[in-house]
Design a protein around this ligand. Structure first.
Ligand SMILES: [Zn+2]
Length: 173
């Protein structure tokens, strides 16, 4: 399959929106991960990690953006939707994407420790599932990674050790 230059620049543009959303997570002391749902060239939903701020163990950017997109479209099946997320989804979020029959996933940085789009697990195209989500990796990956790295650096500079431990343990969830 040849690489379509137009698709690449569209992907980069939406990933910039996701990166902007990620910075809103960091402002609330959540690990900066942002997500955008796009349908027919239009933004349907923008979300960011709100696990701490809600607080909600399922409050990852991808879960929130799938919920918001489903609410906006009035249906849970999202085969015509592309989700852009700054970090490779975890097992929970990849599972939710399969449940949503998501049309396509585009992500930035890979997460070697917990990523479920091929790094630690491959859940998007697992043979046990009745739906496979096509994925494109590595769009603005360095930007996405540096947003997370600087967040962790800032946590390390805080006196509370527990915060650092939390980030070390959970980044990439
Ligand atoms: Zn997740």
């Amino acid at each position: 399959m040849s690489i379509d230059v137009a698709t690449v620049s569209i992907d980069t543009g939406w990933m910039r929106v996701a990166l902007e959303a990620a910075s809103r997570a960091a402002a609330a002391s959540d690990i900066p991960v942002g997500a955008v749902a796009v349908r027919g060239g239009k933004c349907v939903a923008v979300s960011w990690n709100e696990k701490e701020s809600r607080p909600d163990p399922t409050g990852h950017a991808e879960i929130l953006v799938l919920r918001a997109a489903a609410a906006a479209l009035g249906r849970w099946r999202l085969p015509d939707v592309t989700v852009y997320v700054t970090l490779e989804p975890c097992a929970m979020c990849a599972g939710a994407m399969v449940q949503a029959r998501l049309g396509r996933l585009v992500f930035g940085a890979t997460d070697p420790r917990a990523g479920a789009a091929g790094s630690a697990y491959s859940l998007l195209d697992h043979p046990a599932h009745n739906h496979a989500v096509p994925a494109t990796a590595g769009v603005l990956a360095e930007d996405a990674r540096s947003v997370i790295d600087s967040f962790i650096r800032a946590l390390r500079n805080r006196p509370r050790q527990s915060l650092e431990d939390r980030a070390e343990a959970e980044v990439g969830d």
